[in-house]
Design a binder for this molecule. Structure first.
Ligand code: ADP
Ligand code: MG
Length: 323
């Protein structure tokens, strides 16, 4: 019989890439500047996310794995204006319900760290440990106790590709953070973390800015946006290199995607897709991130109006001759 924890885990932890996303988001919420992701066997054998963020105090470390334990939302009112990536206090509890998890964590000012081990929904084991400042979470044998879910997974190479796509989106959302990802000991990607979105695009996609990508930006009351879109001769057979970010959070949004793609009608061949990265900054009160457990779909106020602005800006970037 599945426990309530395992059922809830299914909502947050669909596949290895969802574990990576939750762990990296925790590192970002902890104000990390360097985030290292190590993957073995498509994430089924091992996922390790290491950061140099603020760490967790020894007395709080075991609480991190308790369901609905979050340090990020203190009052109900905070829920209407979410500024962190996590807020439900569910990820670590869910991951620990379906894997063997170890967390070593140390706030930068502390001489030593704390090691927390959790598996199979048992209470956490807590010991003192020596570790660098920051937090490292290791997830082994994902879904070892939920064979049904394990069956649904694709082969390790497919899961690894989903992890790469996830880390790419997180890196594009946070140009000021240096990301590195290795798959079975081989470096898969690394970004410089210098705050420059173009540098991230160059590092991830090997694209030359200016020649290969067209910048656009604009702002209005309560919003601003900037991004890059592809020239007419550059297009793809899929939408893997289309990235929408709202306040640094990767999202999917049909209307905004369409707002950009519609500019390419009769510009690129039918069935092909432009590449783009769009960073949108809006007041946190205007985004409802509470729609979907994985927080991918968000509800956005003034969506129609924003979509029109995006279309105009992208058309401007596409059709304005440049010197
Ligand atoms: P949420 O992110 O929704 O708060 P999680 O289950 O993902 O819930 O994490 C629980 C808590 O553990 C967080 O609120 C945070 O206090 C702490 N935590 C988790 N990962 C880290 C990390 N990498 N650095 C610092 N604190 C962390
Ligand atoms: Mg979280």
């Amino acid at each position: 019989a599945m426990t309530a924890n395992q059922i809830a885990a299914g909502e947050v932890v669909e596949r290895p890439a969802s574990v990576v996303k939750e762990l990296v988001e925790n590192s970002l919420d902890a104000a990390a500047r360097h985030i290292t992701v190590e993957i073995e066997g498509g994430g089924l054998q091992l996922i390790r996310v290491r950061d140099d963020g603020r760490g967790i105090e020894p007395e709080d470390a075991p609480l991190a794995f308790a369901r609905h334990a979050t340090s990020k939302i203190r009052r109900a009112a905070d829920l209407a204006r979410i500024t962190t990536l996590g807020f439900r206090g569910e990820a670590l509890a869910s991951i620990a319900a379906v894997a063997r998890v170890e967390m070593a964590t140390r706030p930068p000012g502390r001489p030593g760290g704390t090691l927390v081990r959790v598996a199979g929904g048992k209470p956490p084991e807590v010991t003192e440990t020596g570790c660098p400042p920051g937090t490292s979470v290791t997830v082994k044998d994902l879904f070892y106790n939920t064979p049904a879910r394990r069956q649904y997974l694709k082969k390790p190479s497919t899961e690894a590709r989903a992890i790469v796509a996830t880390v790419e989106r997180l890196a594009l959302g946070h140009p000021g953070v240096a990301f590195s990802l290795s798959l079975d000991g081989r470096r898969s990607l690394a970004t410089p973390g210098n705050g420059d979105l173009q540098a991230v695009l160059a590092a991830l996609y090997g694209l030359e800015i200016g020649r290969e990508l067209l910048p656009f930006n604009g702002s209005g009351a309560g919003w601003s946006l900037h991004g890059f879109t592809s020239p007419p001769w550059l297009h793809r057979s899929n939408r893997d290199q289309q990235v929408l970010l709202i306040n640094g959070r990767y999202i999917t949004n049909r209307l905004l995607t369409w707002a950009i793609e519609s500019c390419y009608r009769n510009v690129i061949p039918a069935g092909r897709h432009p590449l783009f990265v769009l960073h949108l900054a809006v007041d946190p009160g205007e985004v409802d991130v509470n729609v979907h457990p994985a927080k991918l779909e968000v509800r956005l106020q003034r969506e129609q109006d924003l979509a029109r602005q995006v279309t105009n800006l992208v058309k401007g970037a596409l059709f304005t001759p440049r010197a």
